[in-house]
Ligand binder design. Structure first.
Ligand SMILES: Nc1ncnc2c1ncn2[C@@H]1O[C@H](COP(=O)(O)OP(=O)(O)OP(=O)(O)O)[C@@H](O)[C@H]1O
Length: 354
């Protein structure tokens, strides 16, 4: 299948500074992609370039196999069939809901306009809201209408920049699921920018972590979490800690003891940094556990507790435990380690790839 969106070695300069650097990825038709990364790493700038608002200085952007941006060319935004919902989205306050949604489809015959408005309102669960004005809607409802307005012309690509940032956590999660459902139902390919990993994991088929204008990894959310290819990705995605260890004779020697794992078979002796996720650490109540730790912190997460455990050498790991039997701080526990995925990095220095 050929990609709907294809970026090849895209570089963007603003005011003489290189903001995005040699960035490449593909998004398949119907997929939802998600870009994450620390503030200022260039996510919005990249989205604006895909929309056609910002020129690129090198590389190329293709939509449906058609070149839309390179160093010498930029197809105007209105010819890209791209829908947008950006951070500073706002509905037209003087237009009612129906007319807000109608905005991008006024060229269609009026019966088709009405049909599309009705269909979209039904899909976003706001049937019968045609005559309401934006100030008569909640924040979440306004966000849904803004999405319906952007989807009405059936864009080939939808760009969403932190679309739920003004909403509370619970509503964000609900909306993220709704929006994924809606985009899938409409068969629209989308690229989302967010700070919120839960939102990214809830929505994305493919996700990437940007850092200082570079894309460090572009994979499924599962692979980003379990098989990060860079320390910065491991650090940024999900909860976990990075510990130091040494590989000696195909075993990992570290504060957790001596670890055997298939990925170590091909590794020579050297010092490593490795990733320990909470799901790798199992709290046991066995008195004979070889490895013990002391609970130094706990956070209630509803369905479970997230514990911070201090190992005998004072390094810390995280672990989850059942919600109904909380462990108090200071409790000594036995722990087992079970690395389904063992992720090791050669160096303990966080360097950007070349
Ligand atoms: N018009 C501009 N001229 C010069 N520099 C700019 C311009 N717009 C953005 N920048 C710079 O480009 C860098 C990336 O900005 P961008 O808004 O793309 O980051 P971001 O990853 O979306 O951040 P956030 O998550 O905080 O929204 C920042 O250092 C910013 O100051």
């Amino acid at each position: 299948m050929s990609a709907l969106l294809s970026l090849k070695k895209v570089a963007i300069q603003l005011a003489g500074h290189r903001i995005v650097d040699e960035l490449s990825f593909d998004l398949e038709p119907g997929d939802i992609g998600c870009l994450m990364g620390p503030s200022g790493c260039g996510k919005t700038t990249l989205l604006r370039a895909i929309a056609g608002f910002t020129p690129i200085s090198n590389g190329s952007i293709e939509l449906h196999g058609q070149l839309v941006s390179d160093s010498g060319k930029s197809v105007p935004t209105e010819q890209r069939q791209v829908g947008m919902m950006f951070q500073d989205f706002s509905l037209f306050p003087h237009l009612n809901v129906a007319d807000n949604i109608r905005f991008g489809i006024e060229h269609l015959p009026s019966t088709e306009q009405e049909q599309r408005i009705k269909e979209l309102l039904q899909r976003i669960g706001l049937n019968g809201y045609q005559k309401r004005f934006p100030h008569e809607l909640s924040g979440g409802q306004q966000q849904r209408i803004a999405l319906a307005r952007a989807l009405a012309p059936k864009p080939q690509l939808m760009l969403l920049d932190e679309p739920f940032s003004s909403l509370d956590a619970e509503l964000r999660e609900l909306l993220a699921q709704d929006v994924r459902f809606l985009l899938k139902e409409e068969g629209i390919t989308a690229l989302l920018v967010t700070h919120d990993q839960q939102e990214a994991f809830a929505m994305a088929d493919k996700a990437g972590v940007m850092y200082s204008g570079q894309l460090l990894q572009w994979n499924t959310p599962y692979e980003l979490y379990h098989e990060p290819q860079h320390q910065l990705v491991a650090d940024f995605i999900g909860r976990g800690v990075l510990l130091q260890g040494q590989i000696r004779e195909h075993q990992l020697h570290c504060a957790l003891g001596v670890i055997d794992h298939e990925i170590l078979c091909e590794q020579g002796n050297h010092d490593v940094t490795f990733l320990v996720r909470p799901d790798d650490v199992i709290i046991t109540d066995r008195a004979d556990s070889k490895l013990t730790a002391v609970v130094t912190g706990r956070g209630f997460r509803g369905s479970h507790y997230l514990y911070t455990l201090e190992l005998p050498d004072t390094s810390q790991v995280l672990a989850v435990g059942a919600s109904h039997q909380p462990l108090n701080e200071g409790t000594q526990v036995g722990i087992d380690i079970d690395f389904d995925h063992l992720v090791v990095f050669d160096s303990d220095v966080c360097e950007l790839p070349d």
